[in-house]
Design a protein. Structure first.
Length: 164
């Protein structure tokens, strides 16, 4: 259990080290048994003193999950919705923080890496596995198909029709 002053100090220090989501901070306050009224005041103060910003958090989250985890826009947006980030900030961050060419190139690179582990499969099964892989990473289906075709041609692999 923390007093409101201790909780404010601890959360300000946490926010100083890196961007935080308001929902995560509220969960910490709940675990520390801070009353809902005090929690609201603490969150408001963190916002007023610019320690806490859902917009900054969304931007940092998008950059990190795309760059370091190779997540697509769909998976990133879903994860941010789970953190109760406003859809305005999600849309803005996803559109502004991910450059289109880098997005495409990342998916191609991920698919090429995955293809190495699928070389022993028949072409149709390998294609299906690559599409499932890309979708599980949160990339849009139309981009998945375009990148799959690009990767497939680059490796001179037989088309589905050739495999029959």
């Amino acid at each position: 259990m923390k007093t409101p002053a201790q909780a404010l100090s601890a959360l300000a220090a946490l926010c100083s080290r890196g961007e935080q989501a308001e929902s995560d901070l509220r969960e910490k306050l709940r675990k520390w048994e801070v009353s809902p009224a005090d929690a609201d005041r603490i969150i408001q103060r963190l916002k007023e003193e610019n320690f806490l910003s859902d917009e900054r958090y969304a931007r940092a989250f998008v950059r990190d999950k795309f760059r370091f985890n190779g997540w697509g826009r769909i998976k990133i947006a879903h994860a941010l919705r789970l953190k109760h980030i406003d859809s305005q900030w999600i849309e803005q961050a996803v559109n502004e923080e991910i450059e289109t060419n880098a997005y495409h190139d990342t998916l191609v690179h991920l698919m090429q890496g995955k293809l190495r582990s699928l070389q022993s499969r028949e072409p149709r099964a390998a294609r299906a596995a690559l599409l499932r892989f890309a979708a599980s990473r949160g990339f849009e289906s139309d981009l998945c198909y375009r990148c799959l075709d690009e990767v497939w041609r680059a490796h001179n692999l037989p088309d589905d029709e050739d495999a029959d």
